[in-house]
Design a protein around this ligand. Structure first.
Ligand code: NAI
Length: 286
């Protein structure tokens, strides 16, 4: 459904790698809702991914920027303001990468150079980006900045590895910078804590299939898809959410407030019964 929620708004969208990316869906929905925007990604991702397809489809230009480089971010913001013909109304930070995860290093045995790189890409980049936007006074009043996060920032998910720490930092930056952006520029800053979603970044997490199936069974509404995440993001970019700021907003079908669901309990009890009742019986028969 189209509502013209972003008619006349201008934005920057980070992180569309391929059609599975959450940022890709946000770009498609933002286009449908009448926005104009610039797409950006790391130079290497532009070579590997299919972003030019998205650019063509949405009438956007692509400006490469490594989110760990202040120079790239400054050039990006200058060019985006020039290209779009004015200040920015919305920004999506949809960036995440852990070298420890990629290299299969266990959380207890990290290579700290990898840890630093992952933190720089996934978390500090959000501070860098907001700092550039703030110093250049590049955001319009009542603009909206959103970053994507995951619940491992609050609760233990062992295989999420050092990304859990990166997300905790990212969420904290949203609050801390969000205060100054709200007070000085009337711009809101929020994070959306999304369900596990089958994308390139998601599939990199060890045991991701189990992860996604467990969350699906635990959530009363089931996992939120990438497209549903895009819809929610659009609402945060729209004028309908002007006073929502400094929030970490769970978009997860209810998962974050669950203790246990009947579906999880039933499958647990099936295994439990096998282990504690049926197995001893089988042994007795031998
Ligand atoms: P994705 O792999 O499609 O997107 C990650 C993006 O980060 C890619 O486009 C990649 O090129 C970009 N990136 C990596 N290094 C960069 C750099 N140095 N500079 C600029 N961009 C860089 O995966 P997905 O899932 O769409 O990820 C988007 C966001 O959503 C990430 O922050 C991720 O942690 C978050 N998220 C994903 C979940 C999932 O299960 N897929 C769940 C909750 C949050």
């Amino acid at each position: 459904m189209m509502y013209n929620l972003l008619k006349g708004k201008k934005g920057i969208i980070f992180g569309a790698l391929d059609s599975k990316s959450i940022a890709w869906k946000v770009a498609e929905r933002a286009h449908e809702e009448g926005a104009k925007f610039v797409l950006t990604n790391a130079p290497v991702a532009l070579r590997l991914g299919t972003i030019s397809e998205l650019a063509e489809k949405t009438g956007s230009i692509v400006i490469p920027a490594d989110a760990t480089s202040m120079m790239d971010l400054e050039e990006l913001v200058d060019k985006a303001v020039e290209e779009l013909g004015g200040k920015i109304d919305f920004v999506l930070h949809s960036i995440g990468m852990s070298v420890n995860v990629r290299r299969g290093n266990h959380y207890t045995h990290q290579d700290y150079n990898f840890t630093k790189t992952g933190w720089d890409v996934s978390a500090l980049s959000f501070h860098r980006l907001m700092s550039v936007l703030y110093k250049k006074d590049a955001m319009n009043e009542w603009g909206s900045i959103v970053a994507l996060t995951y619940m491992a920032a609050q609760r233990v998910f062992p295989d999420y590895n050092d990304m859990a720490d990166n997300k905790a930092y990212l969420e904290s930056v949203a609050r801390s910078f969000g205060y100054f952006f709200g007070r000085d520029k009337k711009v809101r800053v929020n994070t959306i804590s999304q369900s596990p979603t089958p994308t390139t970044a998601g599939n990199g997490v060890k045991g991701f299939d189990g992860f996604i199936a467990y969350a699906e069974k635990m959530s009363p509404l089931g996992n939120a898809t990438a497209l549903e995440c895009a819809d929610y993001t659009i609402s945060l970019f729209s004028d309908l959410t002007k006073k929502v700021t400094l929030q970490n907003l769970f978009h997860d079908g209810g998962f974050s407030n669950m203790g246990v669901s009947t579906a999880i309990m039933d499958s647990f009890m099936e295994n439990y019964k096998e282990e504690t009742i049926d197995e001893p019986k089988k042994k007795d028969k031998k």
